[in-house]
Every structure is written in C-alpha cells, then in structure tokens.
Design a protein around this ligand. Structure first.
Ligand code: G3P
Length: 496
C-alpha cells in the first residue's frame, strides 16, 4: 500500500501542508495566508494563534483530500521561517507576546550597542553570525524586557522560548516536547555552532535565562508524536529544519561546494561547507546546514532581503504589469546590455553590505527607457545580487562549484534564469520538484523513519528539469556587473 509523509512549511506569509510520496513527488498541497502586523515603523509581528490555526487547518485539509486519508501518512516533517521568536507559558501554552518576525528591526539600537562594545568578532566566532536584529537573541531579550513580569517569570522557569518549529512541536505534542533542531538553533545567535550547544557567554551577554531554552536535536530525530486531537491519529514528528537549510536538503546539496539559491520574497544562497565551519571574511553567515547522527554539516549563507518582492512592487506599487508571468516577455523585448539599474534596497541591503539605512533607486535612465527596461532591471537586480554573494563565497571557500541549483517562485522565469547563468558564469539547474523546502523536511523525516537509508539514496531522487548555460562574453559580463556595483555605491550610507 502507498505511504506518504506530511510536510508542514510554516513560512513568513503563509502556512502550507504538502503530502509527498517516497519518490519525493508532491501528491497534494494545502495553503493558507495569514495577516502581517506592522505595529510601528520597522516592526513586523505575527499572531501566534494565526500561525497555529493555519498550520492545523492546512494539515487537516491535506489529510481530508488525500485518498486513503491519514492512515497512509507515516510521519511529519516541519520546516519554518527562521529566527522568528516566540515566548509562551509552559503551563497554558499561551504566548506572552506576538511572534517577532525575522524582518523586524526594533532591536537595531540594542545590536548597535553590542557592536560598539566590541562583541561582533566574538559572536561571529561562536555562532557564525553577525550582530544584527535579524537573529532571535535580541528579539527574545526585547520580550523579556518589555512584557511586564516576563523576566521574573522566565527566571522562575515558567516560560519557554522557541522559534516557530519549537512552538509547533510544543503545540502538536500537547506540551510534551520542548525541542528544536540544530539548524534553527544556529539562527538564534545563542548557539555555539562548534560545540553544538547553547553558549553560556552569549546567554549572559544577551541576559537570557537558560531555563527558557529548548533541547537541540538532530534535524532527523524523534521530536515526539503529534496528538490524535489535531490530525485524527497520532503521528511521529521525525524531521525538522529551518526553511533555507531544508531547501539545501531538498536540493540534495550534500557535498562541499554544492549550493542552492531560493528566490522567494528574498533570496537565500546556501553552499555546503562539509564538516569545517569556516568563518566568512566577507560578512556572509556560517550556519548549520543539517545535523545527522550528532554530526553537523555546515553551510555558508548569503541572505538578500528583497528578490521576488521587487516583482511584486513593480506589479502592485508601480502597476507596470498585471501578472508576474508577463515579466518574461517584457524583459525579452529589451536591448541586450541596456544601462538601467534598479537597486531594490527597500529595507536596506543584506549580505554582503549589511546597510540597514540604504534605500532603493533606479539609475541610468535615458530618453528611450520604458516599462520593459525598468522591469528587466528589477529582474536583473536579483541576478546581480546573487553574483555579489557568489564573489564572496568564492573568496571564502576553496571548493567553488560550476553549477547552482535554484528554486522558489521566480525560477519559472526563463529569461531571469538565463541572465543568472550569464551573470554568474556557471550552469544554473532547475529541478522538476520546485517545492524543495517542504521536500527537505519530508526527506529528513523519511531518513529517521527508515524510508531512506542515507543521503546518497535521497540524492538519487533529484531530477533536473532544465539547465541554463552561460552564454555571455566575459567582457560584457564584467561591464554590466561593474555598472551594478556603481549603482549600489550610489545608494549606500556606509562605506563597503
Ligand atoms: O531567514 C528567514 C527565512 O527563513 C524566511 O523564509 O521563505 O518564510 O520568507 P521565507
């Protein structure tokens, strides 16, 4: 009889439940969006109950639509928006405050103070991260300092902290399991990635009581069983990873130098580093790619905050087209090598610039610039930014690769994929299954449940739908990229 795995993909704008078969193909998908809260300039919050309700609703919908029902599901894998921070009451499971989302910048000043106090290098050495509001630690400290009574209650051991995976595991198991996996832990800025444990020095520096913290498990592990109350029968939770690391697994990037780039709202490029946690000289992040049998595999990550969001802005903000699918035809109309650049620094610049105060610009306009050129410039910006990351990665890592695996909403655009291959000068591979994030969570659960013997077996399931080969002359590539760097320089507020 057929059997399946249920992957929960709890993302920034929606929750999804996806059923996979053993070959790693999508059987069906259920999705629900939820509201984004912006209580103040730079603040971004989610209602934890909306996260929970959309997760349960999508799982139930997926199970209802599955022919044969829940009896055919062997287990659950969870993948999630990373860094987003929650604190709840251990007795009631009730959150003390909304989830503070990874994009939230409210702790910028607190981070600046830590940087000024000279803690950046030490934090990077321990965690592989930079001091930035992006990560969980300063958000957790903010909740303890701003919700009345929270710090005292935390010190009495009454509260639990978690990223979204931990919150979902807690709720699904009825409070029996308080755990996370090493990939999610590695995004908190409290986890020592070399020792693979919570770091006492950092807990002191951010003033976080240890009693709040979840147990850190492998990415493929026993995370307890979801109560029958939620999905109709008890199901083991057997795989957990942050969404970008899950995509690394879903793309089967298991050997050092292999990398993937996910083009969603933002773009996250992650390259496998093997068992050596090298630290970037170029302000990229070192993170846990996955941890199996207690052995971490590290990865280097470049995080760009705006990718697909540019297309959304061109469509909804400027109303240059009605449907994102039109951008391919529009961009194809432009003259090769046109000089328009769009720098999408709507919320500052992420890696490798980390300039939160920079803002966007369109540069190089001429009398014949039209909608097509501006749209093309928006699409090209995503490729130029990927090249920014590639340049840093090549400098940081000895094992460069001549292919990049891609996924996410934007990769359906063939024009963008060809320009990406041209700009990077490497082959760009688009897989048949584009739901790589959820697939990674399913694979991790499948490994623990004995569906797959090892990573090689999973790698054997990866299928390429189309490869894009670089076709641009080196001279043209260099000229265009130099124009991009000049455009970025014009919007920066701090020197590179
Ligand atoms: O680090 C943030 C990232 O995990 C968010 O991913 O796909 O939910 O926007 P996504």
């Amino acid at each position: 009889m057929a059997s399946y795995l249920l992957a929960i993909d709890q993302g920034t704008t929606s929750s999804r439940a996806i059923v996979f078969n053993r070959e790693g193909n999508v059987v069906l998908t259920a999705q629900r969006e939820f509201e984004q809260w912006f209580p103040q300039d730079g603040w971004v919050e989610h209602d934890p109950e909306a996260i929970w309700e959309t997760v349960v609703a999508t799982c139930r919908e997926a199970i209802e639509r599955l022919e044969g029902g829940v009896e055919l599901i062997d287990g659950i894998g969870i993948t999630n928006q990373r860094e987003t921070t929650l604190v709840w009451d251990r007795k009631t499971g009730k959150p003390l405050y909304n989830a503070i989302v990874w994009q939230d910048r409210r702790t910028a000043d607190a981070c600046e103070r830590l940087r000024e106090a000279g803690h950046a290098e030490d934090l990077q050495a321990r965690t592989g991260l930079l001091i930035d509001p992006y990560f969980s630690a300063s958000k957790l400290a903010w909740i303890l300092d701003n919700v009345p009574g929270a710090r005292e209650r935390a010190e009495r051991g009454e509260l639990a902290f978690g990223t979204v995976d931990t919150f979902l595991i807690w709720r699904l198991t009825g409070g029996k399991v308080h755990a996370t996996d090493a990939t999610n832990a590695s995004r908190t800025a409290l986890f020592n990635i070399h020792e693979q444990c919570w770091d006492a020095t950092l807990l002191e520096r951010f003033d976080i009581p240890e009693s709040l913290l979840p147990e850190v498990k492998d990415s493929s592990d026993d995370f307890g069983r979801a109560d029958a109350e939620w999905l109709g029968t008890e199901l083991p939770i057997a795989g957990v990873a942050g969404d970008q690391q899950a995509a690394l697994v879903g793309q089967a990037c298991f050997t050092p130098g292999m990398g993937k780039s996910t083009y969603g709202t933002g773009c996250f490029m992650i390259v496998n580093m093997g068992q050596e946690a090298g630290i970037s000289r170029n302000r990229l992040l070192t993170t846990v790619g996955y941890r199996l049998n207690g052995v971490p595999t590290y990865a280097m990550e470049g995080s760009i905050f705006v990718a697909g969001a540019t297309v959304q802005w061109l469509r909804d903000g400027l109303q240059l087209f009605a449907d994102a699918a039109e951008t391919e035809a529009l961009a194809s109309k432009t003259r090769r090598g046109h000089s328009v650049y769009l720098v999408p620094a709507f919320t500052g610049l992420g890696a490798p610039h980390w300039d939160p105060k920079a803002r966007g610009a369109i540069l190089g306009l001429t009398r014949d610039t039209g909608i097509a050129e501006i749209v093309a410039a928006g699409l090209q910006a995503v490729c130029y930014q990927t090249r920014d990351l590639q340049v840093c990665m090549n400098d940081d890592m000895s094992a460069g690769s001549n292919t990049l695996r891609v996924d996410g909403g934007m990769v359906g655009n063939n024009w963008v994929m060809q320009f990406l291959a041209d700009m990077l000068g490497v082959q760009v591979d688009r897989p048949t299954v584009l739901e790589t994030t959820a697939l990674g969570a399913a694979y991790l659960a499948g490994l623990h449940l004995g569906w797959y013997r090892n990573l090689d077996e999973i790698a054997g399931l990866w299928r390429c739908e189309r490869s894009f080969h670089p076709a641009m002359e080196e001279e043209e590539r260099s000229r265009l990229y130099a124009g991009w760097l000049e455009a970025v320089d014009r919007v920066r507020t701090s020197p590179g």
